[in-house]
Design a protein around this ligand. Sequence first.
Ligand code: ADP
Ligand code: 5GP
Length: 202
Amino acid sequence: MGHTGKIYVISAPSGTGKSTLVNALCSVDQKVQLSISHTTRAIRPGEIDGVNYFFVATDKFEEMIKKKEFIEHAKVYDNYYGTNINTIHKFLASGKDIILEIDWQGALQIKNIFPESVLIFILPPSLDALAERLYKRNTDSRAVIQKRLSMAVEEIGHAPEFDYMIINDSFEEALLDLRSIMRAPRNTTQNMLEIVKQKFHF
Ligand code: ADP
Ligand code: 5GP
């Protein structure tokens, strides 16, 4: 058996730097596939439908819930977000590691369905730093930012339920931590044995 992809779930309070980290990871690691969620939130400048998310209307999303088309879904900051079953099966079949960038509620649901999945929580260096990043990102209104900040404290309270924690202070260090967590399992004897046996004929 060759390397079979693992599922990694990455959660962080909005503004922590999760998307920036995951995008940097994807550009240096070809064995990683980022999952694409469905959402009802408004598309932000620079985002592309079908790349960042599948952007759908609320009635369409609710219809998909009824048809049980989501492995998990959650209402985050007044919008629906969900992981579509077909998307995951399609990506799993490719043999790559899959990253789900979802909130803590969804992360725990994924762990229940896929106990082998690895949950990683990314933290900001402080709440002040988080506020600064949200304002600097300049993608959300002041009211939305205030709401996200007040939720961050509650979200961070769920970090202990995750397998790993990474503090995104120095971006390069945090990226290295993330890469280390994801690379080590590829070299387990269980994953390597077939390849090594074929190479060395034993
Ligand atoms: P998230 O996906 O967690 O909501 P983003 O990836 O959009 O967060 O990052 C929020 C902002 O913080 C962006 O403007 C990003 O460039 C910035 N950022 C990310 N990581 C760091 C870091 N280690 N130090 C300083 N700023 C950062
Ligand atoms: P944003 O609107 O900033 O892209 O994301 C807001 C929040 O929704 C983030 O905490 C993100 O992790 C979460 N999120 C994105 N996709 C999903 C999903 O498919 N399921 C769940 N449960 N949360 C998601």
